[in-house]
Design a protein around this ligand. Structure first.
Ligand SMILES: Nc1nc2c(ncn2[C@@H]2O[C@H](COP(=O)(O)OP(=O)(O)OP(=O)(O)O)[C@@H](O)[C@H]2O)c(=O)[nH]1
Ligand SMILES: [Mg+2]
Ligand SMILES: [Zn+2]
Length: 290
């Protein structure tokens, strides 16, 4: 799912056959919905993930961190886009950017309004020919509206937002578009669930500040709860990191590990069941002889 394929057209574009699947250089995936311990591939070979949040209702630091983990884990370069700047004051916008920087986000942050058009040219300028970009973000933040603006004459369907600012999942499937300069852009439906699964690399990179501190704790298995010599809690007391940032790090780690654990637990159970069957058959075999 989401792979790139080479196709060969037979006659005048009416018939084509797939003759190769390009190897995955990067990937975007999440935990499949429900209790399944499985991945769901969303897209492959994306160069840059444009993580979109609105500076109005939608703004949420833990969600930004979650998207960053997803992108980094799949070896995709993240860029932050803050939309709907027309709905907030310049002071509020500055405060939001400061909040993003405070949690150690080094990725570029672009601010724009699809209504006034402010900032849209800067986004267009960052998109390089031949590279592939995808838009990630909740429903209603203005992903499709931005694409229409970038395309100039785009006519993709956009939707209204409710009074809470939540969108109605107007985009229901992925669309791939080509901008005038040759950059490729994928519009995605807004995602409700962004489950983590074995995303250790993405977590350690996104929370590099906490990970570095954790390396300085007295105990190598420190849970950063109440152990003596905990460098993470010391940083928290000095206000070097925020409580929310630490809480989200621990939460994502646990979520990611929990799934790793349930995978290995499942394997162990399979093994135990195999052993049980082996003994059972042997025993039964013996009993039959009696
Ligand atoms: N005020 C304001 N409204 C915007 C802006 N960008 C988009 N909107 C409005 O927000 C609503 C949702 O926009 P969409 O582009 O459909 O949002 P989306 O992110 O594609 O949503 P899904 O397809 O559901 O994931 C529409 O009514 C847009 O007109 C903006 O910069 N400012
Ligand atoms: Mg949309
Ligand atoms: Zn610690």
């Amino acid at each position: 799912m989401g792979d790139w394929v080479g196709v060969r057209y037979r006659d005048a574009g009416t018939q084509a056959s797939i003759h190769c699947v390009l190897p995955r250089r990067s990937f975007l995936r999440r935990k499949a919905a429900g209790r399944d311990v499985e991945f769901q591939m969303i897209a492959a070979n994306i160069d840059v993930a444009l993580i979109v949040q609105s500076c109005h209702f939608d703004f949420n630091i833990p969600r930004i961190e979650r998207y960053l983990v997803m992108a980094r884990d799949g070896r995709i370069e993240p860029v932050m886009l803050l939309t709907k700047t027309d709905l907030v004051s310049p002071e509020t916008l500055e405060r939001l950017i400061a909040q993003i920087r405070l949690v150690g986000v080094g990725a570029p942050v672009f601010c724009l309004s699809n209504v006034t058009g402010e900032g849209v040219d800067q986004v267009r300028a960052l998109m390089a020919p031949g590279k592939t970009y995808c838009l990630l973000g909740s429903s209603g933040v203005g992903k499709t509206t931005l694409i229409n603006r970038l395309l100039g004459d785009g006519d993709l369907e956009t939707g209204a937002v409710s009074h809470t600012g939540e969108g109605r999942h107007t985009t229901t499937r992925r669309h791939l578009m080509r901008l005038a300069n040759g950059a490729l852009l994928i519009d995605m439906p807004g995602m409700r669930e962004l489950g983590m699964l074995g995303a250790d690399v993405g977590i350690e990179e996104t929370f590099a500040d906490v990970a570095a501190l954790a390396g300085q704790c007295r105990f190598s298995d420190c849970t950063h709860d109440s152990e003596p010599g905990c460098a993470v809690r010391a940083a928290l007391e000095r206000n070097d990191i925020t409580e929310q940032h630490l809480r989200n790090y621990l939460k994502l780690r646990k979520e990611s590990e929990f799934h790793d654990l349930s995978l290995s637990e499942r394997r162990n159970k399979d093994k135990a069941f195999g052993r049980f069957m082996h003994h059972y058959k042997k025993h039964k075999g013996g009993a039959d002889k009696d």
